[in-house]
Design a binder for this molecule. Structure first.
Ligand SMILES: [Fe+2]
Ligand SMILES: [Fe+2]
Length: 204
């Protein structure tokens, strides 16, 4: 349940998230890496902040989606492939770096029994994007890319997202497309059909 996750998080008077030891230990156990856990909490915070400043309903849903979006990052490619074959066969043709977005949905359901469609859909496409994303999807996708812990200046992205998350999302999407194209020029294959469909849908 969403409430189970939230029962381990305090929100202080400055709207800062304080994750308790039990949830921290659980996240580390599953994600298996300190900086990835820090990234997850940072994306939760940023998603929550963006939802609040846009006056969206249920801002805590954005928080939870942000916190759990990378749950499957601790699994190796073989294990991810096994789960993909079992539960998400229709996406097996995508590059393996995308698999964690699907398996994070599986783990979110398994560990927390969360079945909120919008929240799960946001996790499911946070890495690739897709056409017709819901507001949680747009914000978690953007917060994931704009996470200040990533080490590049994402202030413009964050400011735009806080003023108008739709505009901020389009800006972030465009930045990400440029980033992927640069990688492509260097010979790294980062193309996938979901991102292509997402760019075609939102970037006219
Ligand atoms: Fe991810
Ligand atoms: Fe992430």
């Amino acid at each position: 349940m969403i409430e189970d996750v939230l029962s381990h998080i305090k929100i202080d008077d400055k709207k800062r998230l304080v994750v308790d030891e039990e949830l921290n230990a659980f996240l580390f156990d599953v994600i298996k890496n300190k900086s990835r856990v820090a990234h997850s909490i940072s994306v939760a915070q940023l998603s929550f902040d963006i939802a609040l400043s846009n006056n969206l309903d249920n801002p805590e849903h954005y928080l939870v989606a942000g916190l759990l979006h990378d749950l499957a990052k601790g699994l190796d490619t073989n294990t991810l492939k096994t789960y993909m074959t079992r539960y998400f066969k229709e996406y097996l043709d995508l590059p393996s770096y995308t698999y964690h977005q699907f398996i994070s949905v599986y783990l979110t359901q398994k560990y927390f029994n969360i079945h909120n469609e919008n929240l799960l859909d946001a996790i499911k496409f946070h890495c690739t994007g897709k056409p017709k994303m819901n507001s949680i999807g747009k914000i978690v996708y953007s917060a994931d890319k704009a996470d200040p812990l990533r080490g590049y200046d994402s202030n413009k992205m964050i400011n735009l997202l806080k003023i108008d998350y739709n505009e901020g999302f389009i800006y972030t999407l465009n930045e990400n497309r440029i980033f992927l194209l640069n990688k492509l020029y260097k010979g790294e294959s980062t193309n996938n059909r979901l991102s292509e469909e997402c760019f075609a849908y939102y970037l006219k």
